[in-house]
Design a protein around this ligand. Structure first.
Ligand SMILES: [Fe+2]
Length: 130
């Protein structure tokens, strides 16, 4: 299932919302690639996700740091967990490929993590520092 962008996902910080929209687009590209079992596209979207999440999390963390955000450490741990998860998926892809079952599992995980993280943790940044 694709992620649908709604106002509920907006945290009220323009630069972050723009990046989240791009992130959602890429997660959806991964969902599509898994659904049509397009191996080249799967690899491509995972690669893009690694680069883009690191860049985006960095921007978010800078905003938290500059504003003395009170829950920085926990938030950063969530980011690190996600990066590690995507890294592991990429490693598996390179080493032996992913079974359809594993791909479905990763797809569900990506979608639910992104939606929950934005709706709960990122939203709180918007509420606290705005
Ligand atoms: Fe975040």
């Amino acid at each position: 299932m694709r992620v649908e962008w709604t106002d509920e996902l907006s945290i009220g910080i323009g630069i972050i919302d723009d990046q989240h929209m791009k992130l959602v687009e890429r997660v959806n590209a991964f969902v599509d690639a898994v659904e049509c079992r397009d191996d080249r596209k799967i690899e491509e979207t995972v690669n893009y996700l690694i680069g883009y999440t690191i860049q985006h999390f960095g921007a978010e963390e800078l905003i938290m740091l500059r504003n003395g955000y009170d829950d920085f450490k926990k938030h950063r741990e969530e980011h690190n967990w996600f990066i590690k998860m995507v890294y592991d998926v990429n490693k598996e892809l390179l080493d032996k490929g992913l079974s359809q079952e594993r791909l479905d599992q990763v797809r569900e995980l990506l979608v639910s993590w992104i939606v929950n993280h934005i709706k709960v943790s990122d939203k709180r940044i918007g509420e606290v520092i705005r």
